[in-house]
Write a protein that binds this ligand. Structure first.
Ligand code: GUN
Ligand code: FE
Length: 436
């Protein structure tokens, strides 16, 4: 595919470090062959022949990154929010996921999800599917056509789940994961990611087989870690020989090291687990809305930032209700304040700069050079209107970004680019027409 060359003119914001923001009013953002060539106050002569799209007065920011969501849970989001994790899985999530055995149900439900994602601000997403190979491939087809860049996992689970959803045994779970992987090869934008659901739903035998598959295919991995106190106690019972929850994955070589790995939640990771994540480069997907809705607790995001852990944000739909990572950004600020006033007095609340970093460059780095406009980054961009009604006083560019983060919805998104390609906002439109 040919990636285009062009220039956007407008008011540009992007993260410079995890604590600081670059703001450039009335400036030029250059896309050369699908990558940022940088932000300039005056357009350098070598780009004068590129077409320039005039977004004067509009905000231009990197596309947002969701490091953790469950595609089959989109349909029932907002239902069952009176439950905690294990009861919620049993009564809400597992029965709903069992329905994806029916391909026509999956088509209806996943179509509504992908339409929502096309309307929203996220440009890169890591998703769990279900245990079903046909439904997971169908989800990947829909996402591939949307132009969003995604990693999707067929879920593995061979214990502690209902007969309607549990895979028969480790051998058949691994065989169907392999069957799925063999059919993933045609995708350009949608790549597979190995997905053991979490320790309680995977036998040791399945974990051993997944480790062999991981090595054979060189796959990244996503799972859950230290989300809820009952869950953690259960993992202790299931894996008495493990020194912490993270160690239960490490024993199978499925916890970072050479394996690019995302662990969702990490609400209760202690010193040993934090050190393990840090030394093995494991990403934390911080999912503040889910932490609230499932009464899990509040992940110590400030500690993780200070420890230098790799970290991004996740919607965790349907633990979270909203797919937009703007919502995860504002919730991350909110819960960090609650954490501070609930006793973690030494943990300063997260700032606008920090949550913006987490939702763009922090999570984006899992996909490579993604989530910033510094030269060389893949060109994922959102062009945004200031959310209405605009206040009757002047605003700095940082304040305008702050309003976008707290007040905007999909109506404020004028344009969305991924790798320099403008994306359609509804399903069925080819994002890659022959002549761009
Ligand atoms: N742990 C295992 N499965 C799930 C899930 O579907 N959602 C959440 N939030 N945590 C999990
Ligand atoms: Fe989750």
């Amino acid at each position: 595919m040919e990636y285009p060359n062009f220039v956007l003119h407008g008011d540009i914001c992007y993260s410079q470090t995890k604590h600081s923001l670059a703001t450039a009013e009335n400036s030029f953002l250059v896309c050369a062959a699908g990558k940022s060539a940088g932000v300039f106050s005056h357009l350098p002569p070598e780009y004068k022949l590129f077409p320039c799209i005039d977004y004067t007065g509009k905000l231009i920011i990197p596309g947002l990154v969701d490091l953790h969501m469950h595609a089959p849970q989109f349909a029932f989001r907002s239902l069952g929010m009176d439950l905690e994790l294990l009861d919620w899985l049993e009564t809400r999530a597992f029965p709903e996921e069992a329905k994806y055995q029916d391909r026509s149900y999956a088509l209806r439900a996943y179509t509504t999800l992908v339409e929502d994602l096309q309307q929203g601000p996220n440009t890169r997403i890591c998703l769990f599917g279900t245990v079903h190979v046909p439904a997971t491939l169908l989800l990947m087809d829909l996402l591939e056509n949307s132009g969003l860049v995604c990693m999707v996992g067929k879920v593995n689970m061979d214990r502690n789940s209902p007969d309607t959803l549990r895979e028969q045994d480790a051998a058949s779970a691994a065989a169907s994961t392999q069957e799925w992987l063999e059919q993933c090869t045609p995708y350009q934008h949608c790549k597979p990611i190995l997905t053991p659901r979490f320790i309680p739903s995977c036998t040791d035998e399945l974990m051993r087989r997944l480790s062999a598959i991981q090595q054979h295919y060189g796959l990244p991995l996503q799972s859950h870690l230290s989300e809820n106190l009952r869950e953690i106690a259960w993992v202790k019972e299931l894996c008495p020989e493990s020194s912490c929850y993270g160690d239960a994955y490490t024993r199978f070589d499925l916890f970072g090291g050479g394996v690019p790995t995302i662990m969702a939640h990490c609400v209760y990771s202690g010193d040993e687990e934090i050190a393990l994540m840090q030394s093995r480069g494991v990403y934390v997907a911080h999912c503040p809305q889910s932490n609230m809705n499932l009464s899990s607790g509040i992940a110590p995001a400030r500690r993780y930032l200070e420890a230098g852990l790799a970290m991004g944000l996740g919607s965790d739909v349907a633990g979270g209700v909203h797919t937009s990572i703007f919502r995860a950004m504002s919730d991350a600020i909110g819960v960090s304040k609650l954490r501070q006033c609930r006793g973690a007095g030494d943990e300063a609340p997260l700032t606008l700069e920090e949550v913006f970093y987490l939702g763009t460059q922090g999570g984006g780095s899992f996909f490579g050079q993604v989530g910033s406009f510094e030269a060389g980054y893949e060109f994922d961009a959102l062009v945004m209107e200031d959310p209405h009604p605009v206040p009757p006083f002047p605003l700095t560019l940082r304040e305008r970004l702050e309003r976008v983060l707290w007040c905007s919805d999909e109506r404020a998104i004028l344009k969305k680019y991924v790798r320099g390609i403008p994306l359609p906002r509804s399903i069925g439109t080819d994002p890659f027409p022959p002549a761009l």
